[in-house]
Design a protein around this ligand. Structure first.
Ligand code: FES
Length: 637
């Protein structure tokens, strides 16, 4: 660099992403760098003090008013005098990598759709009349090299006031939907806006809606919360909601209004709890299955209820958040909906693919996102397949006699002694097992209320291992029923886990009908996975990833005993947590990730379980426990 080049200018010429909001005016401090004082002797440099110019008046004023940490300089003010090594700390890097905390610590590159730019706009001049907007876009062009920025009418109404309030200096939030697209001005503030912009990553599930408020500077999740999807009152599962739309004129619009209202309330609550002004929340990424996706967009989901399951659109969507009815967010806020894979495999599965990246794996990965509908991905860097399988709500505790949603008091884990047939269990909200001292006191408040999804899975698998069930899932042989825990119930039997009736609590049992419901659900899941394996031409996978909030709570060993997933060494079954939510967050933070998931979805081969005859064959075989193709054997224990 020629002597006298500001560090910020040198960084730009070298392609180093040094942040700046004020454009080098010495007021935003985003450009801070750390000259390497004496640490780089091998480069022949022993002191950066002589290599950089002294503080000028702007930097001195900043340091006096706001303070600069020792060793830090403002990159836009410090000028290079001779050879120097400069460290760009992570918080000053525009495209820094942040490490995901929730999964396996893979890096995510920060490349958000929004950036802040401070601009000085020329005041109006009677000699050269032009509009305030034209002078603003001209200032963006000359001061930031940003061509063709647009401002939509609702924001145009605030422009003149903001410019004058800021004495012709404003901070513009610029949103671009792709690196090439001209940016939209998403918000304007008078003077310099300090602090971060935020966005929401939203996982729109058919049962729960989860939202994460994310700093678009650090990538950190600053607050998260979830609510029940209010569409449940129109139908517990997806197909009943599609039926509701079919049978009731205006039914789809009712469900659209319900989910949008719930989202607005949720987003406002999260922002208030985190102390983040909604005016700074300008970007949203959304994932959901096709029915949730269509209803949010105000599209009738009727076509998704019957073959060929035609989507109104499967492409990613960029649109103003207000077009999704998100009135809780500012008028300039933008939304991005991830692409859909197929009629039954939605943007949630695309987000799981983005998060778990099977397309970058040498190993053959089977990724299962368990919910009312299971989304299944199978693949490696050569090929990725996807399908969805109708597991129904049994895994969430619904349609189970003592079933309930995961909440304090629900049995989440259970063991049965193979000799005595006596159960011991743990309930949500209490870390103790039922045979440990203090359990009764610890559960006095919540009570012992029922079995949640992981509890019922473990109960059925443990019953099988304890010899209380045969491979067909039948309770009934003399050996099985020869225990006081086994109670006659009609012409079948039920296994008693907990009798709370003496204290007014529930009697918690596993009935034959419960076992049948779990068999159907797990057979659907297993058959979907096997169908993809057939398509891939393999009879085993290298590893299995259980995704989804529910997947995080399933014991891999019990999932294998039950035959929910194909046989694989238990150590090769891992949980990815809420991978769809993680995928939404990655897409929120990175335009490059949006392009990546769009390209990946185009490459994924979709397999339609509903019309594939082999699905039915696998389904029938898989209703055995663990499954007919691999009889229960000592390898299970
Ligand atoms: Fe804003 Fe340096 S770029 S202070």
């Amino acid at each position: 660099m020629p002597a006298g080049t500001p560090v910020l200018g040198a960084a730009r010429q070298l392609g180093v992403d040094l942040d700046s909001v004020c454009g080098g005016r010495g007021i935003c401090s985003r450009c801070q760098v750390a000259p390497a004082f004496g640490q780089f002797a091998k480069h022949g440099i022993t002191s950066a003090e002589v290599a950089l110019s002294d503080w000028n008046i702007v930097e001195a004023r900043y340091a006096e008013k706001r303070g600069l940490a020792p060793g830090r300089r403002l990159g836009c003010q410090a000028r290079i005098l001779s050879d120097v090594v400069i460290d760009v700390p992570p918080e000053s890097q525009l495209h820094r990598q942040v490490i995901r905390k929730d999964a396996d610590a893979r890096p995510v590159e920060m490349d958000p759709a929004l950036r802040l730019c401070l601009v000085e706009v020329a005041p109006p001049d009677m000699q050269a009349p032009s509009g305030d907007l034209e002078r603003l876009t001209e200032a963006l062009r000359t001061q930031w090299g940003i061509e063709g920025a647009t401002l939509e009418p609702p924001l145009l109404a605030t422009l003149q006031k903001t410019l004058r309030e800021g004495n012709w200096t404003v901070t513009a939030a610029l949103h671009r939907s792709s690196a090439e697209a001209p940016p939209r001005i998403a918000a304007l503030w008078p003077g310099l806006l300090e602090g971060d912009l935020h966005g929401f990553a939203i996982d729109l599930g058919s049962t729960t809606i989860a939202a994460h408020l994310v700093s678009l500077r650090s990538g950190e999740v600053v607050a998260s919360a979830g609510v029940m999807n209010p569409q449940i009152r129109f139908g517990e599962d997806l197909m009943s909601r599609v039926s509701y739309a079919m049978m009731n004129p205006g039914g789809a619009a009712e469900m659209t209004a319900a989910v949008r209202a719930a989202l607005n309330t949720l987003l406002q609550e999260i922002a208030a709890r985190a102390g983040v002004q909604t005016s700074r929340i300008l970007d949203v990424s959304l994932v959901g299955n096709p029915v949730m996706h269509h209803l949010l967009l105000g599209l009738d989901p009727v076509e998704l209820g019957q073959a060929p399951f035609a989507l109104a659109t499967c492409s990613s969507q960029n649109l103003p958040a207000r077009d999704l009815g998100l009135g809780a967010l500012p008028v300039g806020a933008q939304a991005y909906l991830l692409p859909l894979i197929a009629g039954h495999v939605g943007a949630d599965a695309a987000a799981v693919a983005l998060s778990e990246a099977p397309d970058r794996s040498d190993e053959l990965m089977l990724i299962v996102d368990v919910g009312t509908n299971a989304e299944i991905l199978l693949g490696n860097r050569h090929r990725v397949l996807a399908c969805s399988s109708p597991t129904g709500p049994a895994f969430e505790g619904a349609q189970i006699s003592s079933g309930q949603r995961a909440a304090p008091g629900a049995i989440e884990s259970l063991r049965i002694d193979p000799e005595t047939k006596e159960p011991r269990f743990r309930v949500i909200g209490c870390g103790l097992w039922s045979d440990e001292p203090g359990f009764a006191e610890a559960t006095a408040r919540s009570g012992i209320t029922g079995l949640c999804g992981s509890g019922i899975i473990e109960a059925v698998a443990e019953m099988r291992m304890a010899g209380l069930l045969d491979a067909g899932g039948l309770i009934g042989s003399a050996q099985q029923t020869d225990t006081p825990r086994m109670r006659p119930e009609g012409r079948t039997h039920a296994y008693l886990i907990h009798d709370g009736s003496t204290s007014g609590g529930p009697v918690i049992t596993v009935t034959q009908a419960d076992i049948r419901a779990i068999q159907l659900a797990k057979a659907a899941l297993y058959a979907g996975a096997r169908l993809l394996m057939d398509e891939m031409g393999v009879d085993k996978v290298d590893r299995v990833v259980l995704a989804g909030a529910f997947g995080a709570h399933i014991s891999p060993r019990h999932a294998l005993v039950l035959g929910m997933i194909p046989d694989v060494p238990v150590a090769r079954v891992t949980s990815a947590g809420n991978a769809a939510g993680t995928g939404a967050r990655i897409a929120l933070c990175s335009l490059a990730a949006r392009r990546r998931v769009e390209a990946l979805v185009r490459k994924i081969t979709k397999v339609e379980t509903a019309i594939e005859p082999r699905f039915q064959e696998h389904f029938v075989a898989a209703s055995a426990i663990p499954h007919a193709s691999a009889p229960f054997a000592e390898t299970r224990r």
